[in-house]
Design a protein around this ligand. Structure first.
Ligand code: HEC
Ligand code: HEC
Length: 374
């Protein structure tokens, strides 16, 4: 510790000496760009601090009983027609909560239209789905459950199965019919024949509560913005500067989970799926607009994009470097970047720092042990 302090003091002394020497032979303005680059980096670093608590909506506040019920439902194949699939069949914790496939596997063994997105850090996002078809996290669940090629279970059958399972019936009653909802007991204990214990709304509320707890773990990047200069390499730091500067990535991949939660055409997609554009036929800018994915754990979930069309991170960077297809819908923030080979490598090194240590991807045990609690 002491040795480090002495070293640090020596190093700053040397810098001072160097600065004053060079100032003597060159105009002072020559050192200004370096100084302003460092100042910029400091400002950017502040923009990426992770929050300390998970937000829950007023309409579906956190309770431990609800989260635990949601966890059970998420991993239970009872929610699929043939009892062969659960949410975790596609949102696999060890694969960054995606499935590692270009496109999701449908029940007949073929490919669905879309790639399974990671479900990390969704508590901070409103609109969901590659094309923004879901308004809330609650509203997503029955889309895969009832999807014919997906889990293929009608709503009524799902509710019947869960009500007939004594364990589940008890868990639903505990999660929703105690005072944990903030309502007086008397008010929630209205005759149970009129209000079934298991309802679609409650399944949605429990699953969403669990899903809001799926938060990325601290990565080397977080240690660096927390002040540990040795946590990431110099190449990664230069990559961070490019991400926020010349390469313009932060125009869309902003904030600690690296998404603006919005929809853009990055000039890559072709074909019949026009993304968000299908809901807005009169808004040409939304043709081929897809959701900006967060970039936490990104190096763990190739292939990339809504259709899995880009195999590696290096290929993603090449694509942005070329600037995509020049067309009216392409975002004004996408343009050819003119990155050198070493700049591309720096950018890739930076993206790698967003993954937590190997073996430390959020897993089921982690979620019950040390996930930040509200
Ligand atoms: C067969 C694979 C598969 C299964 C099983 C599955 N999903 Fe998904 N999930 C997907 C795909 C593909 C999408 C993208 C759908 C879209 O954008 O229209 C998706 C999207 C989502 C999203 C939106 C994520 C975002 O970033 O926009 C959530 C939340 C989600 N799924 C939760 C669940 C839950 C909860 C279950 C279980 C009830 C489940 N999924 C079961 C493949 C699957
Ligand atoms: C105009 C907004 C915008 C800019 C600027 C932008 N991105 Fe993206 N990014 C997106 C969108 C939208 C997608 C999803 C596109 C799709 O699925 O077809 C995406 C996808 C990605 C993916 C794939 C993630 C995944 O899980 O599939 C990576 C990696 C990525 N971007 C990195 C970058 C980098 C690096 C830069 C800077 C060179 C950058 N982005 C600039 C909006 C943007």
């Amino acid at each position: 510790m002491m040795a480090w302090k002495v070293g640090g003091a020596l190093a700053s002394l040397l810098v001072l000496i160097w600065v004053s020497n060079s100032a003597a032979v060159a105009p002072a303005s020559e050192t200004a760009p370096a100084r302003s680059a460092a100042a910029k980096r400091e400002t950017w670093r502040r923009d990426y601090r992770a929050p300390t608590a998970i937000p829950f909506p007023d309409a579906n506040p956190y309770s431990e009983a609800k989260a635990e019920l949601g966890r059970r439902l998420f991993f239970d194949p009872i929610l699929s027609g043939d009892r062969n699939r659960s949410c975790a069949s596609c949102h696999v914790p060890a694969l960054g909560w995606g499935d590692g496939r270009g496109r999701a596997l449908d029940l007949s063994g073929g490919d669905m239209e879309l790639r399974t997105p990671s479900i990390l850090n969704l508590a901070w996002q409103e609109r969901l789905g590659w094309d923004g078809k879901f308004r809330t996290l609650e509203s997503v669940s029955f889309f895969p459950i009832t999807g014919a090629g997906n889990m293929n279970l009608p709503v009524a059958e799902a509710l019947r199965r869960l009500s007939e399972d004594a364990d589940y019936a008890r868990a639903f009653a505990e999660a929703f019919e105690t005072s944990s909802e903030g309502l007086p007991q008397a008010q929630t204990r209205i005759p149970s024949r009129a209000t079934p214990v298991v309802t679609q709304e409650r399944v949605e509320a429990a699953l969403a509560t669990f899903e809001r707890l799926i938060v990325s773990r601290p990565a080397p990047f977080d240690r660096w913005i927390g002040g540990d200069e040795g946590a990431i390499t110099e190449a990664a730091k230069r990559g961070f500067d490019l991400f926020n500067g010349k390469a313009n990535c932060a125009a869309c991949h902003s904030g600690w989970s690296f998404t603006d939660g919005s929809y853009h055409d990055i000039g890559t997609a072709t074909g019949s799926d026009i993304g968000r554009g299908r809901y807005f036929p009169n808004a040409p800018a939304l043709r081929y607009a897809f959701k900006t994915p967060g970039l936490r754990e990104v190096s763990r979930r190739a292939p990339y994009m809504h259709n899995g069309s880009v195999p590696t991170l290096a290929a993603v960077i090449d694509l942005y470097d070329r600037g995509g297809i020049d067309r009216p819908s392409r975002s004004a923030d996408i343009r050819p970047l003119g990155l050198s080979l070493s700049e591309k490598a720096d950018l890739a090194a930076f993206l790698e720092t967003l993954s937590s240590e190997p073996g430390r991807v959020p897993a089921l045990a982690d979620l019950t042990a040390d996930t930040p609690r509200p």
